[in-house]
Design a protein around this ligand. Structure first.
Ligand SMILES: N[C@@H](CCC(=O)N[C@@H](CS)C(=O)NCC(=O)O)C(=O)O
Length: 204
């Protein structure tokens, strides 16, 4: 019914971690795919239905969903009882949607521009920069311990992830560092990493 196209050690690991958190892994068939990597390795996998050959991609009864945040919304909406994403009518729903979309439209572009060393007035006017990213997350974590307060959600899995991928982007801020460490230490995240280790070993 649900099929996830997953590339080990890529952005799709966040969906595996979410599946584990939600306890829905038995409902989703995971198909490992290759993707082109930044270091020049890998190739676009013809088995992957993603129009850009990227991972993740989710197929549900013939409907294709791409973009990690859209997949997260789709799954947390499909399995509301798992509690990993507030639903319409919940007081946290607006903040949840905001974090998932802010991640795509502000955080990831700002951090990628910084890691790439790219600077242009049009980029800063649109995406701001790493300091503003840090300030926004810090303001939420001051209430914490998670982005939605007491409630851990898919938003934490998504928003903390670039700091785990690009450790050079991790700010020297104990509040943010502790939150990233807490997200990374969750059993669901550790299980996702162990799965990737197994898939990499099989592929070698
Ligand atoms: N905005 C997309 C980005 C997906 C993405 O860029 N995935 C990378 C792996 S980390 C990929 O598949 N790259 C292969 C390529 O660009 O050809 C999402 O969050 O799902």
């Amino acid at each position: 019914m649900l099929t996830l196209f997953h590339a080990p050690r890529s952005r799709s690991g966040r969906v595996i971690a979410l599946m584990n958190e939600m306890g829905i892994a038995d409902w989703i068939k995971v198909i490992p795919v290759d993707v082109r990597r930044m270091d020049g390795t890998g190739h676009t996998d013809p088995a992957n239905p993603h129009p850009e050959g990227k991972a993740p991609a989710l197929l549900h009864d013939g409907v294709l969903i791409t973009e990690t945040s859209a997949i997260m919304l789709y799954l947390t909406g499909m399995f509301p009882a798992t509690g990993l994403g507030p639903q319409v009518g919940d007081a946290d729903y607006g903040a949840y949607l905001t974090w998932l979309n802010w991640y795509n439209s502000m955080m990831e572009p700002a951090l990628i521009c910084a890691v790439a060393g790219t600077d242009h007035p049009a980029l800063t006017a649109t995406f701001r920069g790493p300091e503003q990213v840090t300030a926004r997350i810090r303001a939420a974590l001051e209430k914490g311990p998670w982005l939605l307060g007491d409630r851990f959600s898919a938003a934490d899995i998504l928003v903390h992830s670039p700091y785990a991928f690009f450790t050079q982007a991790l700010p020297d801020d104990p509040l943010i560092r502790d939150w990233v460490a807490r997200c990374q230490a969750r059993p669901a995240m550790l299980a996702a990493k162990a799965m990737d280790t197994g898939l990499m070993a099989q592929a070698a």
